[in-house]
Design a binder for this molecule. Structure first.
Ligand SMILES: [Mn+2]
Length: 489
């Protein structure tokens, strides 16, 4: 053991690391000279770690001098919208005029669409993106031909040729650990480097934590630093919608897991019809606490209705899984009709329950086919889709979650193409459930609570006693062991 002697002196925020917790870190980071620092790094120097922050800095300065506005184009999911909130708050606070644009999930293709920017983005403006746009060759060309400046901030997988933007702040250009960042954190990191007075503001930390947990990025490296700042912060200054988020965040200051938060917040907001995703930006900006509480109550009610619909289409999807794809270890499902915004949720649920990668395809009104794909284990879903080349009109995402749309191809043609790609694309096996320690006596699970939050690639501790594997089970006010082969993510 490398640092046991001073383990009791090891502090993490307001929390003391126990001997057993240090032992877990020692095992999980075998090559680190200081496992505690590897697990919870100090404040990063974003501008030297992420590319092109200097370009954004000079673009913002020149924009101020010539007096244009910022069109902030973000993804229409939790990560993108919390990112838009962060960008708008900082940039408006710095005196810029900001106009947000979000894609319309049901009809829009992926990418930056000229038709959405037409009449909004003007010559001399800055097109800034968040969680979005790193594959948008057509949209970026259009904006540049128009006479706008373009800086992309994104964390999605890069596909070449890259769009000809003036700057591209995407951690994929430098590799891990930078790639762990959510899209909202990439913009946050860039903007607080340029305008340091916004660093660690409770409103921004809350938005950032929500985007991070909802986007299911690993709870590793800089994400832990940001989540720890969120855990330590004083929520007293939060107002309205953000105060509600801090309140309903399960055990925010103590021990929580990503899935607790996704259950209590992300899925309450949800996606699609009646969901909160369309009003999320407004909700975070609303400072009226009473009104936000009322809205939250309504969202909880709507999410219950949605989960009923979801279990119905889940049953349908199970009946419609493609036998041949199943033989290759994948779920492939074609459904005639999926309620708006539910495809991704359905794919996630199927992946989790069947422990397999899942592709859900359905037709759109305009005759195109649209798909949502979720990965399980280490299999790279975005890589799989992109490796199919020109089959899709657009395709993108990251390892764990991706989507596509395709035009002029029938379902039976697409099915054949997907199946032949499944045969040839290297598929990593589903990982073996982790075991941190082999024990004679079960330790008190509370000893490990100081390692929270648990989630994305930093899973709750698991121990083996005899032939049984025990996984730490964290609740809002409880902790226990339970016997399972689940990963705990
Ligand atoms: Mn994202």
């Amino acid at each position: 053991m490398r640092f046991w002697k001073n383990a009791l002196a090891k502090q993490r925020g307001r929390c003391r690391l126990t001997h057993l917790a240090c032992k877990i870190l020692d095992i999980r980071y075998p090559d680190a000279s200081d496992p505690v620092e590897e697990w919870l790094p100090p404040r990063p120097d974003w501008s030297s770690e992420l590319p092109d922050i200097d370009i954004l800095r000079s673009e913002l300065k020149e924009l101020r001098d010539r007096g244009g506005k910022i069109v902030l184009y973000g993804h229409d999911d939790m990560d993108g919208i919390t990112g838009i909130y962060i960008g708008q708050r900082i940039l408006e606070g710095e005196g810029y005029q900001v106009v947000p644009i979000m894609p319309i999930r049901v009809t829009d293709d992926f990418g930056l669409l000229p038709e959405r920017m037409e009449g909004v983005l003007l010559p001399g403006d800055l097109l800034l993106t968040v969680d979005y746009g790193c594959s948008a060759v057509r949209g970026v060309k259009w904006a540049i031909d128009l006479g706008a400046r373009v800086v992309i901030t994104d964390h999605h997988t890069l596909h070449y040729p890259l769009p000809p933007a003036h700057g591209m702040i995407n951690p994929q250009r430098v590799g891990p650990p930078a790639t762990y960042l959510a899209g909202c954190s990439v913009l946050y990191a860039a903007l607080v480097s340029i305008f340091p007075r916004w660093e660690n503001q409770p409103e921004l930390l809350t938005a950032n934590a929500l985007g991070t947990v909802s986007d299911r990025v690993p709870f590793l490296g800089w994400n832990r630093y940001l989540l720890e700042e969120f855990r330590k912060m004083d929520t007293g200054v939060l107002k309205g919608g953000l105060a509600v988020f801090a309140e309903v965040w399960p055990a925010r200051e103590k021990a929580w897991t990503g899935s607790m938060v996704r259950h209590a917040i992300t899925s309450v907001i949800g996606k699609g019809e009646d969901s909160g995703i369309e009003i999320l930006l407004e909700f975070m900006n609303d400072e009226n606490y009473k009104r936000c509480r009322k809205t939250w109550k309504r969202l909880i009610k709507n999410s219950r209705r949605r989960s009923y619909v979801l279990s119905e289409i889940f049953a349908q999807a199970l009946q419609n899984t493609d036998d041949q794809a199943s033989a290759y270890g994948m779920n492939l499902v074609y459904l005639d009709c999926i309620p708006d915004g539910m495809g991704g949720t359905l794919a996630s649920k199927m992946s989790r329950i069947t422990r397999r990668g899942t592709l859900i395809v359905s037709p759109r009104e305009n005759g195109k086919l649209a798909g949502e794909a979720r990965s399980y284990g280490d299999w790279d879903m975005a890589g799989f889709l992109v490796s199919m080349g020109d089959v899709f009109t657009s395709a993108g995402g990251h390892r764990m979650a991706a989507g596509f749309s395709c035009e002029g191809t029938s379902w039976s043609q697409l099915r054949e193409l997907l199946l032949s790609q499944m045969v040839s694309y290297p598929m990593d096996p589903v990982p073996v459930p982790h075991v941190d320690l082999v024990v004679d006596e079960l330790p008190d699970p509370a000893e490990f609570l100081c390692l929270a939050p648990f989630g994305g690639k930093f899973l709750p501790p698991a121990v083996q006693k005899g032939t049984l594997r025990y996984l730490m089970n964290v609740g809002e006010n409880s902790v226990s062991w339970f016997i399972t082969e689940e990963s705990g993510d």
